[in-house]
Design a binder for this molecule. Sequence first.
Ligand SMILES: Cc1cc2nc3c(=O)[nH]c(=O)nc-3n(C[C@H](O)[C@H](O)[C@H](O)COP(=O)(O)O)c2cc1C
Length: 366
Amino acid sequence: MVERTLVVIGAPRRNGYTRDLSNHLIRGLERGGTQIDVLDLADQNIALCRGCYGCWGPARPGRCVQNDDMASALDRYSLASLVVWVTPVYYYSFSALTKTFIERLLPLTRPSPSIGPTLKLVKNALRSPETMPRKMALLAVAAHRDPRTFDGVTKTFELVAEGMGAEPVGILLRPESYFMDFPASKPVTMKRVQTAAETAGFELAREGRVSAETQRRVSTPLTRNDDTFNRHFETYWAIAKEVGSSGSDRKKITEAAARDLRILMPELVACFDPKAAGDLVAVIHFAFSGKQAGDWAVHISGGTCCLASGQPADWDTRVSCDSKTFVDIMLQKVDPRGAMAKGALELTGDRRLFSRFRRLFPPPST
Ligand SMILES: Cc1cc2nc3c(=O)[nH]c(=O)nc-3n(C[C@H](O)[C@H](O)[C@H](O)COP(=O)(O)O)c2cc1C
């Protein structure tokens, strides 16, 4: 059981994905019964380390020459047995907020050559080293999918932990952050990620470390492959532009993205079940009117399914409706049969194909 945990949040954006996920982690820590102190660096006035080594000099040993919030932060840090670093990935590294805080930990150490089998910095005896954090964990959140995105953060975390004489007890890496709230595509997976973050907190509090399985679950992919990721990523920022947001108004972008057919149509096709299709050969034409007016064609053949935008030359079934109606059907807010009965959705051609729709494209279950 870990007695005291300090969660250091180094995310400048208050409504970002890093904070979202850290809330799940904190819930788990609470459930696990550790005493929690959350140090939100965005609320602190902590200046850059000046590199003067004043804290190593005779005048103010173990204390910084600057007078800001770091003095009380150092006391809080020193009391913790476990520190959890929570940071967004900025240019393949910790955020400057987090890095600034780490640099200002210098008064906790004293000059040492750091030669030998470990990097261990020598702790400053004046700062009660016996109460220093003995364990460290990391939660890092990034927008990208490339696994190298986290190399800098992970390595820095491991070296900082070693240097400060703490054991690294959990590395939680969450890529593809923008897709963390696309409800139509990955509701079940997202729930799994959030549960894994909470479990990680619980394990940290109870066992003092995160299991490999929980770490793996936090990183569960939200997009199927790099191509899908790249396309959705570009659409996300196109939507941000269209809704007139700088990217900081995440709610506005997410709400629009959740209903955008440029994301929903590829996600629909990704749910295709080849077993349900058998030897079916068919083309379904979607003719949408309204806000997202446009044509899409879904081609099914030989147990595969592909999507094209624009009108197909030939089709077997045509689905005509307002784009809003179709989005509501996809989000399971509207029943397609009810929409047909009301005349809000019109079917032309082979109607049997439409009755197989749910079996051909079952909603995501992972
Ligand atoms: C200055 C800056 C640099 C960034 N660098 C990276 C990066 O190197 N790799 C990456 O995947 N995401 C990068 N991002 C995106 C963030 O990691 C992303 O927004 C993520 O969701 C975490 O931030 P949030 O908590 O504000 O949402 C960067 C964002 C900013 C503002």
